[in-house]
Ligand binder design. Structure first.
Ligand code: N01
Length: 543
């Protein structure tokens, strides 16, 4: 049998096709197999890791503590030890290798297999899924574990391709690496990717030119090494508590926002409290902040002022200070994702580093030799790093030609306004789920936490259908409209719209600006999902 000229594979009875072999896809595969389903994974990369496979640029590193940024099953954590509080990309790749061996995953995974299209066949209640390398498969369920950052965003500068030196996007960095030592390097973008490349490259480049459009309100990582003895002790005591605590906090970390106003305490107590959060490192100063930080601009200004004072202490030159930590906040603190830095600000004290503020002096074109700015200067470069981010959250799914029951493409449906039910499913697209995607807690949650909570919900749902002898599930339009209205309502009560960020699609020229995430926190999200399931999958049509 053939469709679109592709041979349909023998696995006519496959229960689930999972797309992607990062944290989410690996979790799905293991749990689906344990629940007795047949499952396969198609992965575009040549190895495990998803985002950790592709983002192999210099300095790539996780921004969550080791203890919670991993799978929560004891089967996996009991024999694994990390070497740093915030593990680097190489260590995460090794972790995936360990997980693969432990769970015997590889036999059900096809690497180098990019899914390009999926059509729902209403006569058989199966998806017909096609890949770039000519495969077609017909699973009952399709679980898109494509992550929030699998469609890189390239800047639309005039003659970008004319550059004659080395040029790569951070998310398409060559797996064999690129030696930037001794080179004249330019970096466009100062998001988390840009900051990591800059702090790694500044000390070794002949010259580094940073092209900054918006300063990153970066926070100190306070990295440290770990030893096995400490982790052995933690495993016997606190580990399970830390991992379970993730389900109880706003952003799925082991610490929570402080549920009171920062104006309920004295200025002295506030300063000491800010300093304490700061000293803990990581995201404590952001996701462990007073809750009015994200709703009340006056509270937010206090948080920004403390952040700014800390940064100014570290940067010597007044012009650099002005560009990196301006007196007037570029946007409210924390409504656009800050990143974790290590010696990032000290890089700007080096004589070989130039910072170009693109708000004052925009790029006019890319030339064969480098980057030309409006002041007429041509910044000559050997290498240009595009740290310009992603068509995030929806882009990962919308780039696949997914056709629903009425033949319309998912990207067309979402182009008119994002709508989902529970941030997991869509009306008109039966038997399809997308963990860690649009309208889920995604960008507002630690990755593995979100992936496990949503992943369990999906597997329980499919298990319920098998027990009932059912073959098709999709949300009603009414349930989807209600969910979408709820997501938008929760979003509108906070300051999130006050920064142009990937959280709301504002980073992509022409993309509709709207919330792409559920911003109500993990406890509320999981309660709403659980309530649907406990009420016979309320909001869904099952047949
Ligand atoms: O992408 P970004 P990212 N001209 O969109 C600039 C995760 N992550 O890859 O801010 C000039 O945040 C853009 O400028 P502006 C993490 O969740 C985690 O860095 O839009 N500049 C911005 O500075 C993160 O939030 C880690 O004004 C242009 C930058 O490029 C998410 O992934 C590491 C431009 C893009 O920043 C995305 O991070 C890396 C243009 N035309 C990523 N277009 C960890 O540490 C864009 N920019 C775990």
């Amino acid at each position: 049998m053939s469709t679109n000229g592709h041979e349909i594979e023998q696995e006519q009875e496959l229960d689930v096709l999972v797309v992607g072999a990062g944290f989410s896809g690996v979790y799905q595969l293991d749990k689906l197999r344990k629940a007795g389903f047949s499952a396969k994974v198609f992965e575009a990369g040549k190895n495990f890791g998803g985002t950790w496979y592709w983002n192999c640029y210099p300095g790539a590193r996780v921004d969550s503590d080791f203890s919670i940024y991993q799978f929560s099953s004891e089967e996996l954590w009991k024999d694994w030890n990390w070497t740093e509080r915030f593990p680097g990309r190489e260590e995460l790749v090794k972790y995936f290798d360990y997980v693969d061996k432990k769970l015997d995953l590889r036999r059900d995974i096809s690497f180098d297999t990019r899914v390009t299209a999926a059509d729902f066949d209403t006569t058989t209640d199966r998806w017909v899924v096609s890949t770039q390398n000519g495969r077609t498969i017909r699973p009952r369920f399709l679980v898109l574990c494509t992550g929030f950052a699998s469609k890189p965003l390239f800047p639309d500068y005039k003659s970008l391709d004319s550059f004659q030196g080395i040029m790569h996007h951070t998310a398409q960095w060559p797996q064999e690496g690129v030696d930037l030592a001794g080179k004249r390097v330019g970096v466009i973008g100062t998001g988390a990717s840009g900051v990591q490349v800059i702090q790694e490259t500044g000390p070794v480049a002949a010259h580094l030119t940073v092209f900054q459009r918006t300063p990153n309100l970066a926070l100190p990582m306070f990295q440290h090494k770990l030893n096995v003895a400490t982790q052995t002790k933690m495993k016997a005591t606190i580990y399970p508590y830390l991992l379970r605590r993730r389900e109880q906090t706003f952003a799925g970390f082991h610490f929570d926002v402080i549920h009171k106003s920062l104006f309920d305490i004295s200025p002295e107590e506030r300063y000491i409290s800010f300093d304490d959060l700061w000293t803990k490192g990581g995201f404590h100063y952001w996701l462990g902040a007073y809750e009015d930080t994200f709703r009340d601009e006056r509270a937010n200004n206090e948080v920004y002022a403390f952040w700014r004072a800390k940064v100014l202490e570290r940067v010597r030159d007044a012009e650099m200070q002005r560009k990196l930590a301006p007196e007037v906040p570029p946007h409210p603190f924390g409504v656009k994702r800050p990143c974790l830095e290590q010696q990032y600000y000290e890089v700007y004290n080096q004589p070989n580093v130039t910072l170009v503020d693109l708000q004052e002096n925009p790029i006019v074109e890319i030339t064969p030799k480098g980057v030309k700015t409006q002041d007429g200067v041509e910044h000559e470069l050997d290498a240009l790093v595009l740290a310009t981010g992603f068509d995030a959250v929806t882009g990962s799914i919308a780039q696949i030609d997914i056709k629903g029951t009425d033949g319309s493409l998912m990207r067309e449906k979402w182009g008119k306004g994002l709508s989902t039910y529970l941030g997991l499913t869509c009306a008109g697209y039966p038997n399809m789920f997308f963990p860690y995607g649009p309208h889920g807690p995604t960008a507002f949650c630690n990755g593995p936490t979100c992936i496990e909570l949503q992943g369990d919900w999906i597997i329980n749902c499919i298990t319920h259908m098998r027990a009932q002898g059912k073959t098709r599930i999709e949300p009603t339009q009414e349930a989807e409209d209600e969910w979408t209205a709820r997501v938008n309502e929760i979003y509108s009560t906070h300051l999130w719209s006050r920064a142009k960020s990937w959280y709301i699609g504002a980073n992509v020229p022409g993309k509709r600006v709207q919330t792409l995430n559920f911003t109500g926190g993990i406890p509320l999200y999981t309660r709403l999902c659980r309530e649907s399931a406990e009420n016979g999958y309320k909001g869904f049509m099952i047949s």
